[in-house]
Ligand binder design. Structure first.
Ligand code: AQP
Length: 335
């Protein structure tokens, strides 16, 4: 079975974007892949996190993943900071990746914004740590949202340069898996910006913990234009907000934009928002209820993460030790 790796930052409550772009696909892959799922807290601190909130968000993220259907007994679910192989390999990759490569990363530009000089060095080398996350397990398949495509290309560049520089064939090529009509869910307030759990506006996103009333209100207030829905996909051009709502509907019903427009073309947003609300509530309510139940027993969540970390380290430690040997480190812990 091919080994899959993917991660999610505990930088807030996961959103509908995280669910449709990543988590839902993780669940679908569990039957025929060997999966490693990581709550990437090292990545989360590349921007400021209040320590108490980070701890709580880490537990909430773990609970949400389990509530969505992730099977931690069959696969591996763990915390990134608990397996030191990630940081060890990331340092080596910091020395492999070229500044020119990192300078092209659009996520850094988006997140650093205008105040680039004040961004953390960690945010700049974030893609190198992400490459280490994957390569520490020799994972070959990575299900992510469309926003992460560029980072995966960089992870492949790093692997190739490492293999070339050290004259080995050690790190395999990664195949990105970017699935479905909602591979990129956009903000409810601005259809040109991605929906993010750390967006300052809570109205811009649907959180997986939102109750039915909150979901209804957010969808009712979602930015749209005055025209009714078109009947053809071409009619969505230059209408990012309409495209986004149609894309969400398509993803949640496992169809595509064309099928949604066949059924709802000509509808005004008042009507379409109502059917969309009913759909989102029916899909997310069971997840919110199960998350709440799991959060009542934080010790069990921590124990699940502890078992996951031990199993993850069993795979990653020998791979990273071998990387260090190839680089020329003497490797005291292995003696
Ligand atoms: N809007 C989105 N649409 C589709 N997929 C998305 N993902 C994130 N946002 C969307 C996918 O979710 C996975 C986990 O993402 P992450 O938490 O590691 O980081 P991120 O991409 O930076 O997600 P956020 O929600 O925007 O977090 P913050 O606000 O903390 O930066 C990834 O596979 C991602 O593609």
């Amino acid at each position: 079975m091919q080994r899959v790796f993917s991660g999610i930052q505990p930088s807030g409550i996961p959103t509908l974007g995280n669910y449709l772009g990543a988590i839902r696909n993780w669940i679908k892959m569990q039957d025929d892949h060997d999966c490693i799922w990581c709550v990437v807290d090292l990545h989360a601190i590349t921007v400021w996190q209040n320590p108490a909130e980070l701890r709580q968000q880490t537990l909430e993220m773990t609970a949400v993943l389990l509530a969505c259907g992730l099977d931690a007994s069959k696969h591996i679910l763990f915390l990134q900071s608990a397996v030191h192989a990630h940081a060890r390999l990331a340092w080596i990759f910091n020395c492999i990746a070229r500044l020119g490569w990192l300078n092209r990363m659009t996520q850094f530009k988006d997140k650093a914004g205008k105040d680039r000089e004040n961004a953390s060095a960690g945010l700049y080398v974030y893609p190198n740590l992400m490459a280490a996350d994957i390569h520490a397990y020799h994972a070959t398949r990575v299900p992510v949202g469309d926003d992460q495509r560029q980072h995966l290309e960089l992870a492949n560049d790093i692997a190739q340069k490492f293999n070339h520089d050290y004259g080995v064939d050690f790190f395999p090529n990664i195949e990105p898996m970017i699935l479905g009509p909602a591979a990129r869910v956009m903000s409810l307030r601005d259809g040109t910006k991605k929906m993010s759990k750390s967006d300052p506006s809570d109205q811009s996103r649907i959180n997986l913990s939102d109750d039915a009333d909150t979901i209804a209100l957010k969808i009712r207030r979602a930015k749209t234009d005055p025209e009714p829905l078109p009947s053809e996909v071409a009619g969505l051009e230059n209408r990012p907000e309409a495209r986004n709502l149609v894309g969400i509907y398509a993803a949640l019903t496992d169809t595509d934009h064309a099928a949604v427009l066949r059924d709802h073309g000509g509808a005004g947003f008042g009507t379409f928002k109502q059917v969309l609300t009913d759909l989102v509530v029916s899909k997310l309510s069971p997840i919110a209820a199960e998350t709440e139940r799991l959060l009542k027993d934080p010790d069990l969540l921590i124990q699940t993460l502890r078992i996951g970390a031990a199993r993850a380290a069993e795979i990653a430690d020998p791979i990273v030790a071998e990387t260090e040997r190839l680089v020329g480190f003497i490797g005291m812990q292995e003696r």
